[in-house]
Ligand binder design. Structure first.
Ligand code: AP5
Length: 211
């Protein structure tokens, strides 16, 4: 399975990607996670990315394309979460897959109103160690302020501040939303209603992909 998860920040792409990975074992390539890991390790890539991420802007294409292509090299099945993010990234991905005799199976386009998205982002907590995603109301950790999987103390993402959330939503509309038409024209787009709890959304995903 070669899958793209498309949708605005905070709609639940990472949550659904982790469930698919747990059930089917497909590798998830989440560009946001890779960039945050680089930031935490203070690598040159991380230091470059930080200025963009904390402002809610996209990290330059050449940096992101490189980290994705390196990881795609050896994979037959994958889930892309947070990539591509604009038309130029989508074209780079298409060329790469063609070169390797591969094609996408589907692009899941998650849909939800902005008010619900902001509520999801405002209550998000993440595990800085294993990447588990929680929500203080919808999906709290059973270990309180610690990760129920690995025990690390949960944190709020640097870009989950109100001003940055607004900017990320605007960037999504300007730069990422045009990908909906792009993949629709290629017959790959499957809209997914992202309302309801994570399990309800997951069942819609599984049904849409006939899994
Ligand atoms: P990235 O990490 O990709 O962030 P994003 O796309 O903004 O998406 P999020 O991770 O915020 O949300 P999500 O949809 O995964 O939701 P989640 O499952 O966590 O990117 C961050 C930054 O990195 C970008 O702004 C950019 O700067 C840079 N970047 C990344 N990729 C790039 C690229 N390709 N090019 C350039 N720059 C790039 O869920 C959110 C919350 O809701 C959680 O609390 C969760 O528990 C909760 N939740 C999930 N599902 C439900 C549900 N059904 N009901 C209730 N709550 C739910």
């Amino acid at each position: 399975m070669r899958l793209i998860l498309l949708g605005p920040p905070g709609i639940g792409k990472g949550t659904q990607a982790q469930r698919l990975q747990q059930q089917f074992g497909w590798t998830v390539i989440a560009t946001g996670d890779l960039l945050r890991e680089a930031m935490a390790n203070r690598t040159p890539l991380g230091e470059q990315a930080r200025t963009y991420i904390t402002r809610g802007e996209l990290v330059p294409d050449e940096l992101v394309n490189q980290i994705v292509m390196e990881r795609l090299q050896s994979l037959e099945s994958f889930i892309l979460d947070g990539y591509p993010r604009n038309l130029s990234q989508a074209q780079v991905l298409e060329a790469f897959l063609q070169q390797h005799g591969q094609s996408l199976d589907a692009v899941l386009a998650f849909e939800l109103d902005d008010e619900a998205i902001v509520a999801r982002l405002s209550g998000r907590r993440i595990c800085p160690q294993c990447g588990a995603i929680y929500h203080i109301v919808a999906n709290p950790s059973r270990a309180g302020e610690r990760c129920e999987r690995c025990g690390a103390t949960l944190i709020i993402r640097e870009d989950d501040q109100p001003d940055t959330i607004r900017r990320r939503l605007a960037v999504y509309r300007q730069q990422t939303a045009p990908l909906i038409d792009y993949y629709q024209q290629r017959g790959l787009l499957i809209p997914i209603d992202a309302s309801g709890d994570p399990e309800t959304v997951y069942q819609r995903v599984v049904h849409a992909l006939s899994l």
